[in-house]
Design a protein around this ligand. Structure first.
Ligand SMILES: C[S@@+](CC[C@H](N)C(=O)[O-])C[C@H]1O[C@@H](n2cnc3c(N)ncnc32)[C@H](O)[C@@H]1O
Length: 253
């Protein structure tokens, strides 16, 4: 899944959730001072910022296939080692990181088994591999779950994100077990985001980011307006808070 989009637009869309998620995810993965850590699929740096705060910029590496995100992350954290790469082919030697993390990335990998195996390869024996993915299965607890629910009401044939790798309970655990990872611990991570107006929620959905944004951007003006109206009827009256929950798996190499 390509994310060649303006970093600022991503930040207004998903960054609102992934910035606070990064804090709880780094904590769940046990990131602490002195460790050398890798952020796989860093985007514009939501998790990266928390990692830099924990271990210092010299101890953080990051990769992402999106050139605009690599550029944004390197500008945001001067001196950081950030490279253009995919999880499935990490440009690092074996056994070099203490902790390797992927926040909201596994479901976008072309080959999630290979991506997780690569994360394990670059992590030292006894080190930690961690991943989290929004709960986009039947519980519908992701940030864009409400949008997809309304889309399906209006367009039952729409292809949502509920079939992607890792979005359902225990799928991350199975991916980790298949990669030979040990002592796998699973948990749920929840964040809360405030919206001052309906349009603050709606507008980022029109930026064409990720599967939901691409779907919305491809609608005719009439159908997009019908979707907007229905979402406005379903959401609480502004201002409102929304919660989003991600599956998280943390394991030892
Ligand atoms: C939802 S964003 C998450 C970005 C960031 N980790 C965050 O939490 O905001 C998904 C990211 O995965 C990246 N991505 C897509 N396919 C990938 C792959 N095969 N390997 C690594 N990253 C990938 C995208 O470029 C994008 O930056």
């Amino acid at each position: 899944m390509s994310f060649e989009v303006p970093p600022d637009a991503y930040t207004r869309f998903m960054g609102r959730y992934s910035e606070p998620l990064g804090a709880v995810f780094a904590d769940a993965a046990g990131v602490s001072e002195g460790q050398r850590v890798l952020d796989v699929g860093c985007g514009p740096g939501a998790l990266t910022g928390h990692l830099v705060a924990c271990v210092g910029v010299d101890h953080v590496c990051a990769v992402d296939p999106s050139l605009s995100f690599v550029d944004a992350t390197s500008r945001r954290f001067p001196g950081i080692d950030v490279r253009t790469a995919v999880a499935e082919d990490l440009p690092f030697e074996t056994d070099v990181f203490d902790v390797t993390l992927a926040q909201l990335v596994v479901h976008f990998m072309t080959d999630a088994d290979r991506g997780v195996a690569e994360m394990a390869r670059v992590t030292r024996s006894g080190g930690t591999v961690a991943a989290c993915v929004w709960d986009l299965g039947p519980n519908e607890r992701g940030p864009i779950s409400l949008l997809w629910r309304v889309v399906r009401e209006l367009d039952p044939d729409a292809q949502d994100e509920s079939q992607l790798a890792g979005v359902r309970e225990d799928q991350l655990v199975r991916l980790f077990a298949d990669a030979g990872l040990e002592d796998i611990e699973s948990s749920e991570l929840t964040v809360r985001v405030r919206y001052e107006s309906f349009d603050e929620w709606w507008e980022p959905n029109t930026y064409g980011i990720g599967p939901a944004g691409i779907y919305v951007a491809g609608l005719s003006p009439e159908r997009r307006n019908a979707l907007r109206e229905r979402c406005a009827a379903v959401l609480p009256v502004a201002p409102f808070d929304l919660e989003a929950t991600a599956w998280c798996a943390v394991a030892r190499v």
